[in-house]
Design a protein around this ligand. Structure first.
Ligand SMILES: [Zn+2]
Length: 299
C-alpha cells in the first residue's frame, strides 16, 4: 500500500517543481497586437548571407495566425572541408529576448562571410523559432503559449516545426540563446552532464570581461550556482512527464549529449549582451577541437 505520506510528498514536490517552471499558457493575443519589428529586414539579411556558396537558407515551416504569416528559417552552413563536427544553434524562441535572435543572424552572416573560420564544422542555425513573438516583442506565440514549455505536448506550430526538422539528427553540440529580464547577471544551463569544466570556462570568460554573473535566478529546485544551472537527467524526465519540456530538454533527450542554454541579463546594453553571446558561442564551439566536450551519453 502506498502511504499517504509518500503521496503527499509527491504532490508537494510536483507543485514546487511546477512553480519553478512558470506557467506555459496565458490568453491569446488580439490580431491588433502592434508590430514592433519587421521580419522582412531579417529576410533581406539572410538572402544576402545566402550568396555565399557555403550557406543555404531554407524555410522549414510557416507560422500562421490569421493575417500574420512568417517563415521559420534554417541556415545551413556546409564547411569547406569534410564535416568533422555538427552544431545546431537557435534563438528567438521567446520573442522579447532580442539578443538571442540577433546573435544568430550575426553568426549566419559571419560564417557566410568567413567560411574558413570553421572549415570542418557544419551548422544548422534557426535564428527565430518564434517569429510572431519576435515581431511583436512578446515572449509567447500568438496563442499565448510558451513554446519553450511545449516540447512534450507539441501543441504549438513552432515546436512541431522544430521537432520535424531535428527528427533523427544527432549533433555534437547544441546551444539555445536566451535573455532574462529579471536576472542581474549572465548564467547558463547544462543538462545531464557531470562535468562542469566547460561551462565554468564560459562563465569565467564573461566575468573576466567585467560582466556580472547571476547568483540567484528565480528557480526553486534548480539553483543557480555562480552562473550555472546544472540540470540532472531525472529533471528532464520529470519535465517530460509533467509536459513542460523545453527545447533544450528535448534536444538533450533526442539529439545531442552536449546541450547548453545561455542567458544574458537585459539590464545590460544590447551591444554588451551580443558580445556575451558571441563569447559563449566561440568558447563552446572551440571546445569541439579541444576534446572538452564531456563523455556524457545520449540516453
Ligand atoms: Zn527565454
Amino acid at each position: 500500500m502506498v502511504s499517504n505520506k509518500l503521496i503527499l510528498s509527491v504532490l508537494l514536490f510536483s507543485t514546487i517543481f511546477s512553480l519553478s517552471c512558470a506557467s506555459g499558457h496565458i490568453d491569446m493575443f488580439p490580431e491588433t497586437q502592434p508590430l514592433v519589428r519587421d521580419i522582412s529586414l531579417i529576410n533581406a539579411r539572410l538572402i544576402k548571407a545566402a550568396s555565399s556558396s557555403q550557406l543555404s537558407i531554407d524555410v522549414i515551416g510557416e507560422v500562421e495566425y490569421g493575417k500574420y504569416k512568417a517563415p521559420v528559417w534554417v541556415a545551413t552552413f556546409t564547411p569547406l572541408k569534410e564535416t568533422k563536427y555538427r552544431v545546431f544553434l537557435s534563438g528567438g524562441i521567446h520573442g522579447d529576448e532580442p539578443a538571442g535572435a540577433e546573435i544568430m543572424v550575426k553568426t549566419i552572416e559571419m560564417v557566410a562571410k568567413d567560411p574558413k573560420k570553421y572549415e570542418d564544422i557544419s551548422f544548422d542555425i534557426v535564428p527565430i523559432v518564434n517569429p510572431w513573438g519576435w515581431s511583436h516583442n512578446i515572449r509567447f506565440n500568438q496563442e499565448g503559449r510558451d513554446i519553450n514549455r511545449d516540447f512534450a505536448s507539441f501543441k504549438t506550430q513552432e515546436s512541431a516545426i522544430i521537432k520535424k526538422f531535428v527528427e533523427g539528427k544527432i549533433y555534437d553540440l547544441i546551444i539555445d540563446h536566451h535573455e532574462d529580464p529579471s536576472s542581474k547577471g549572465f548564467y547558463m544551463y547544462q543538462y545531464g552532464n557531470p562535468d562542469t569544466t566547460l561551462s565554468r570556462k564560459v562563465i569565467e570568460a564573461v566575468r573576466g570581461s567585467g560582466y556580472p554573473i547571476e547568483q540567484d535566478v528565480n528557480m526553486i529546485i534548480l539553483k543557480t550556482k555562480d552562473g550555472l544551472i546544472d540540470a540532472p537527467m531525472w529533471g528532464l524526465w520529470y519535465m517530460k512527464i509533467t509536459r513542460q519540456l523545453s527545447i533544450t530538454n528535448y534536444f538533450r533527450l533526442h539529439n545531442s549529449k552536449d546541450v547548453y542554454t545561455v542567458e544574458t541579463p537585459t539590464i545590460l546594453d544590447l551591444k554588451d549582451r551580443l558580445g556575451i553571446h558571441q563569447m559563449a558561442l566561440e568558447i563552446l564551439i572551440n571546445s569541439l577541437y579541444q576534446n572538452e566536450i564531456s563523455s556524457a551519453s545520449l540516453d
